[in-house]
Write a protein that binds this ligand. Structure first.
Ligand code: F2R
Ligand code: MG
Ligand code: MG
Length: 308
């Protein structure tokens, strides 16, 4: 069956939002979950998205408004949109608050950690870049880096973002799962990613063993310990339903919303919107806003193709 570009873009962005919103109540340990539940932010019947999808939506709107990546504008927009109640990473939220108070992002992003954050915040929001530049992988890398560095200056965070952007780009081109991991192995340059991608590639040929996934690929809040997990999750579930992918993300545990968001963006880019669960989409907070943003991203992509 032919899947249109519109279906792939909306499938990917809604995949990010659904993965994030479904996974949010399961993120972290029992105490962390209890705290967030007790704040009453998860209403029965709806699924509420967090920082992952919020930053993705702001990134798309910024790409449309600025006709591409404009780092200074994007920094201001991310800073203006940041709300603690969306569950941001602690350093990322402080960085965004500093920018909101007038700091230059080039200083704010190295205030807490001198080499910058290596959290997974740069990779969790990068799917739109993979979609927009899926026809030009070098531009995809460059744009992924430009968006990452605003809050995550550490090379491991930047490489994680590039890998998720490329995985989304390959998936939107209908590249088969094994070929996606092969291509990422050739593109990776940092040791933790090279090692984990080799393991993930091997795992695609074997029956699923979740303890091995947790131990060897990781599931934590830092990029080197969740990016390849998400890539494996998407690639190993490419022929499964989206609900099965979410169930496996839940079973892996740890940074569930973020691993499911990154995997959801890759999965949705290949399988398209029609393959997502309509039951989940009906309950997704701001579903129409994500869909509308993804449609605008298709128009920008076509405009870029024409001008190339
Ligand atoms: N913040 C959360 N979860 C808290 C509970 C939220 C609740 N369940 C809900 O759903 O609403 N999740 C979000 O944070 C992650 C993305 O984090 P990001 O943007 O990378 O943040 P940060 O603060 O930059 O980094 C995260 C942690 O990584 C460690 N770290 C990073 N760089 C480091 C460095 N150079 N040296 C040492 N440690 C470093 C720190 O522990 C940071 O706090 C996503 O899961 C998102 O969902
Ligand atoms: Mg989150
Ligand atoms: Mg998370």
């Amino acid at each position: 069956m032919q899947i249109s570009l519109r279906d792939r873009f909306t499938g990917s962005i809604l995949g990010v939002a659904l993965g994030d919103a479904y996974g949010a109540p399961y993120e972290g340990g029992p105490l962390e979950r209890l705290l967030w539940r007790s704040l009453g932010l998860f209403k029965p019947g709806t699924i509420r998205y967090t920082d992952d999808a919020s930053m993705t939506l702001t990134l798309i709107r910024s790409l449309i408004e600025d006709q591409g990546v404009h780092q200074d504008m994007l920094a201001l927009r991310w800073a203006a949109a940041a709300r603690w109640s969306r569950g941001y990473g602690p350093s990322a939220l402080r960085t965004l608050k500093r920018i909101r108070r007038g700091a230059d992002w080039r200083q704010a992003n190295i205030h807490d950690y001198k080499d910058g954050s290596f959290g997974n915040g740069a990779a969790m929001r990068v799917a739109p870049i993979g979609l927009l530049f899926h026809h030009a992988l070098e531009r995809c890398d460059e744009a992924a880096e430009q968006t990452a560095v605003i809050t995550h200056a550490h090379p491991l965070a930047i490489e994680g973002a590039k890998l998720i952007a490329r995985a989304t780009a390959h998936a939107s081109d209908n590249t088969p799962p094994v070929a996606i991991v092969d291509a990422l192995q050739s593109a990776a340059s940092a040791e933790p990613y090279i090692e984990r991608l080799a393991i993930a590639r091997q795992m695609l040929d074997e029956p699923v063993d979740l303890p091995a996934v947790r131990q060897q690929l990781g599931r934590s809040i830092v990029a080197a310990e969740s990016v390849v997990t998400a890539i494996w999750l998407a690639c190993s579930h490419m022929e499964s339903t989206f609900e099965q992918l979410l169930q496996t993300a839940h079973a892996i545990g740890g940074d569930v919303d973020t691993i499911a968001a990154m995997a959801g963006g890759i999965w949705g880019a290949r399988r398209g919107r029609a393959s997502l669960s309509s039951n989940l989409l009906e309950r997704l907070e701001d579903c129409e806003a994500f869909e509308h943003a993804a449609e605008n991203l298709v128009a920008l992509h076509l405009q870029f193709l024409e001008s190339d």
